[in-house]
Write a protein that binds this ligand. Structure first.
Ligand code: ACO
Length: 382
């Protein structure tokens, strides 16, 4: 085995190739930094195929034909209800606990009720079944916890609605308009997968010890929560709220940049010239702002986007427009990162399965920078 030298250390593993994957490519076919899921450009998927089709593509390797989609969809719809024990837990967890923390616990609880709970961690077919159940149940779990923490009656999933419409229905007790459903579905497709981001890496490291898929997804949820990763969509909304009015935007952003403040929703470790997901979502933000008859947030966002892009060379990432998109759908800020998670679970699961199918324990090295070798002094001489 060859050893990397201490000089190879890259803080944050920046640019380090830590896995092979056939799931997502963020170099793009032309090397220009695009995003592809299993060879399909994101621009050709978003708005053209549903979240269900995208999840099937990630888990099963190909886009489904009609019959495969019908069967997959039926399995998801059937798996939507969550165990009563989880609902009872939601009633006991303090209302103030953040939904991402509750979601992390929820997936642990769901693991215990999975019919394949005792399958071997490397059982490919059982892992795909578990992944499908998680996709279905995480959406129900997020909506159920939300309703309970607001003191509202639970809304049971509806088998006649697709994944996107059913989630919005369970949150609001109201079937969404077609424009809202389509925009939410598209946002889920854009959030579904993104190569070896921090949460996916965490999931792969976890299962590389031959731990189980649920443990991998729990690790991923904990990792996604941070504001430098998925938590950025909540922080992006707080920026817009802090600015408050279009008239205030230019001054606010110039002051923030002068203070060297980190503007959440901008910049990306890999995309340096622009995040293709943000470009797609921006168009939908404008359309939904029109539908709800309030373009204030678009008018606040635009000068901020212009300033950060031109002065810092940091274009918006997916979390910048998604915060506005979810606001137009009447979704509370605390749901933004859980929504990211319930979309991304398909990508996480695909990576976990890929890791377990070709496993090698992930065990990197650290460069030691502590004190040199020294003797242990008896306690009275220290
Ligand atoms: N606002 C202002 N300045 C920024 C921002 C930002 N959003 N992002 C980076 N910078 C600056 C840094 O301050 C630093 O400046 P300096 O060299 O003068 O110190 C320089 O750009 C490089 O920053 P790094 O943090 O080293 O760049 P990195 O590639 O590691 O950053 C990251 C990637 C963490 C996403 C960063 O851009 C950031 O913190 N963005 C805000 C959080 C965010 O939106 N996260 C979501 C990412 S996408 C996702 O998870 C779906």
């Amino acid at each position: 085995m060859s050893h990397a030298s201490a000089d190879d250390y890259r803080p944050g593993l920046e640019g380090v190739i830590a896995s092979e994957t056939a799931i997502a490519n963020i170099e793009g076919a032309d090397g220009a930094g695009g995003l592809e899921y299993r060879g399909y450009r994101i621009e050709d998927l978003a708005g053209h195929v549903s979240y269900e089709q995208t999840a099937f593509l990630l888990l099963h390797g190909e886009l489904p034909n009609r019959q495969q989609l019908r069967e997959f969809d039926a399995r998801l719809r059937q798996a939507r209800p969550i165990p009563e024990a989880l609902v009872e837990l939601y009633q006991r967890i303090p209302k103030s606990i953040h939904p991402m923390d509750v979601l992390r616990s929820s997936v642990s609880v769901l693991a215990h009720f999975d019919p394949d709970a005792n399958a071997a961690p490397t059982d490919h077919a059982a892992n795909v079944r578990k992944a499908e159940r998680m996709i279905a149940q995480m959406a129900t779990a997020v909506a159920a916890r939300r309703r309970i923490s607001q003191g509202l009656p639970l809304v049971a999933p509806r088998a006649d609605l697709d994944h996107a419409a059913n989630f919005l229905y369970m949150v609001h007790d109201k079937v969404p308009s077609e424009a809202m459903r389509a925009a939410f579905d598209l946002s889920l497709v854009l959030y579904t997968e993104h190569e070896l981001n921090a949460s996916t890496f965490a999931a792969r490291v976890t299962v590389s010890t031959l731990s189980d898929i649920y443990s991998g997804i729990v690790s991923a949820i904990g990792t996604l929560k941070g504001p430098l990763h998925g938590g950025a969509n909540e922080e992006a909304w707080k920026v817009l709220e802090r600015v408050g009015s279009p008239e205030n935007a230019e001054k606010w952003i110039q002051d923030a940049l002068a203070r060297k403040q980190r503007i959440m929703g901008f910049g990306h470790r890999v995309y340096k010239t622009g995040d293709p997901r943000a470009t797609i979502l921006k168009t939908h933000c404008r359309a939904l702002a029109q539908e709800v008859g309030d373009d204030r947030w678009e008018r606040i966002a635009e000068p901020i986007e212009q300033a950060v892009t031109s002065q810092k060379m940091l274009p918006p990432n997916v979390d910048w427009p998604s915060a506005r998109l979810y606001h137009y759908m009447g979704l509370e800020i605390e749901l933004y990162t859980p929504i990211f998670a319930l979309a991304r679970v398909a990508g996480w699961a695909a990576h976990v399965i890929e890791q377990l199918d070709h496993n090698r324990l992930m065990r990197p090295r650290a460069r030691y920078i502590g004190p040199p070798h020294r003797p242990v002094k008896p306690i009275d001489q220290r």
